[in-house]
Design a protein around this ligand. Structure first.
Ligand SMILES: NC(=O)c1ccc[n+]([C@@H]2O[C@H](COP(=O)([O-])OP(=O)(O)OC[C@H]3O[C@@H](n4cnc5c(N)ncnc54)[C@H](OP(=O)(O)O)[C@@H]3O)[C@@H](O)[C@H]2O)c1
Length: 244
């Protein structure tokens, strides 16, 4: 797919991967609208090159209005990128934190899909890009809530790919390894093979151009996660048992 002239809405683009992807896609000739809660940060990312549509994805009633505004600003919509996300390490199981992950990473995700799917389906063309994570592949202590929501996103996007295929709508699942963003800035654990947000953005833009079904990056993490899926459950638990 040639990105030149494509109309793209990136949700969760006031910082990090979404912001870097917005810049990358503008450089590849796309018309881009960006959303998130922090309007000043959105404006700083956009400059005069993107449309800005502030949005809290957990506000279900507001999402269709935001979509309408994006369509008006861009003159239509071809690609929706769902990048809004929440991560907080769980030192012990924390119900409140669990619910917040579900609210943003699944509730917000569903609110955006609920608006975008009927629109793209009616056009019988387009692409939905979901930014999931390699954290959804296997359970990791400390990421009980985040990992569970990312695993659910992987499953959801896989289901949608099959459902929307007859409607001409592609679904791209993006599984980044560690990326240097606000989200990872306070992580105190090792983050092997970490890449910059700009490198992540280039990988995602390439995945969109190739109409990939799923991309995992960097390649070292892709390899590691492939191997991880083969590790038996007891061995996985043994290897990841926190040392006291
Ligand atoms: N960084 C990594 O290592 C990594 C790895 C794998 C997957 N991911 C995924 O990549 C995506 C982007 O994360 P990032 O690393 O780029 O982190 P980030 O810099 O913290 O970006 C998160 C984005 O989500 C937005 N957001 C959060 N809550 C929102 C809400 N309720 N409504 C609307 N927007 C909301 C934030 O904007 P506002 O605060 O302005 O709303 C921000 O633009 C997330 O889905 C994350 O799970 C990240």
């Amino acid at each position: 797919m040639d990105l030149a002239g494509r109309r793209v809405w990136i949700i969760g683009a006031s910082s990090g991967i979404g912001a870097a992807l917005a810049t990358e896609l503008v450089e590849r000739g796309a018309a881009v609208a960006i959303s998130a809660r922090r309007a000043d940060d959105l404006r700083a990312v956009a400059g005069d090159r993107m449309a800005v549509v502030p949005l809290d994805v957990t506000d279900a009633a507001r999402v269709p209005d935001a979509l309408a505004q994006v369509v008006e600003e861009l003159g239509g919509l071809d690609i929706a990128v769902l990048s809004a996300g929440y991560w907080k390490q769980m030192d012990d199981f924390d119900v409140e934190s669990f619910h917040r992950h579900v609210e943003v990473n699944l509730g917000g995700f569903a609110n955006c899909l609920g608006a975008v799917i009927p629109f793209l389906r009616a056009r019988r063309a387009g692409m939905i890009v979901g930014i999931a994570s390699v954290a959804g592949y296997r359970g990791l202590p400390g990421a009980e809530a985040y990992g569970a929501t990312k695993a659910a996103q992987l499953n959801l996007l896989e289901s949608l790919r099959a459902r929307l295929r007859p409607n001409g709508v592609d679904v791209l699942t993006v599984c980044p390894g560690f990326v240097e963003t606000e989200m990872t800035s306070e992580n105190s654990f090792p983050m092997p093979f970490i890449v910059s947000a700009e490198e992540a953005a280039r990988s995602i833009a390439n995945g969109i151009e190739k109409r990939s079904a799923r991309i995992v990056f960097p390649w070292q993490m892709a390899l590691l996660m492939k191997a991880a899926t083969l590790v038996p459950d007891r061995l996985w638990a043994l290897a990841l048992t926190p040392r006291s």
